[in-house]
Design a protein around this ligand. Structure first.
Ligand SMILES: [Zn+2]
Length: 210
């Protein structure tokens, strides 16, 4: 009986050591999170699905970051559903320095870009959100709706903002039910991706210098 207990404890210890090895051995600079995926379509407008727009942009942002020598990871690389919990766990385990979630907005008669951070966000979250918004604004957006704190549809925060350990923000890149915003999205997607990547690189560099 005793032997069995010791064996069980050893097994747990081996698991724990291996777990720590994976945890510390596999880090990255930034995690890009394309919102939604799979049966979670996000916002829908006619034939257009938010999950696809988010992924298209995220893949381009990732490409730009890699080209600039940044070790970037995506929470999904294809059209599959991933829980919010898994997205955050992934970033936390990777000990990423930044987490940027990409979304499209939806509301009757609205247009423009806004970026959400947690309502108890330290300066670093505000800084990355503000620089992404500034860079996107320079490319061209229909309206700069600002950096906002909390959650658009009630109290609290976006899950990914409150459950990631690193500075994070959630970009709502235009309204999917606005033809103006969709035209801009399609026309500027390459430039938007570059803008997001540049803002990230700039933030990583300043964080490093401090
Ligand atoms: Zn969304």
């Amino acid at each position: 009986m005793k032997k069995k207990i010791i064996a069980a404890i050893s097994a747990v210890a081996v698991f724990a050591v291996c777990g720590v090895g994976v945890y510390f051995g596999d880090s990255c600079d930034v995690v890009i999170d394309p919102g939604h995926g799979g049966e979670d379509y996000g916002a829908i407008y006619g034939e257009r699905n938010e999950k696809d727009d988010n992924l298209d942009l995220a893949l381009l942002v990732h490409e730009n970051l890699e080209e600039m020598g940044i070790d970037a990871e995506l929470t999904r690389k294809n059209d599959k559903k991933i829980s919010l919990e898994k997205r955050c766990l992934f970033a936390n385990r990777k000990r990423a320095e930044l987490f940027v979630s990409l979304h499209r907005n939806s509301a009757e008669g609205a247009k423009g870009v806004e970026i959400w951070i947690s309502d108890d966000s330290p300066e670093a979250d505000k800084k990355i959100a503000e620089s992404i918004l500034l860079m996107l604004d320079e490319v061209g957006i229909s309206d700069n709706r600002g950096v906002k704190e909390g959650y658009a549809r009630g109290d609290g925060n976006y899950y990914v903002n409150s459950h990631t350990l690193m500075p994070s923000c959630l970009v709502e890149l235009g309204f999917i039910n606005s033809d103006t915003d969709n035209d801009l999205y399609d026309k500027n997607i390459e430039e938007y991706a570059k803008a997001v990547a540049f803002a990230i690189v700039d933030n990583l560099k300043t964080a490093e210098a401090q």
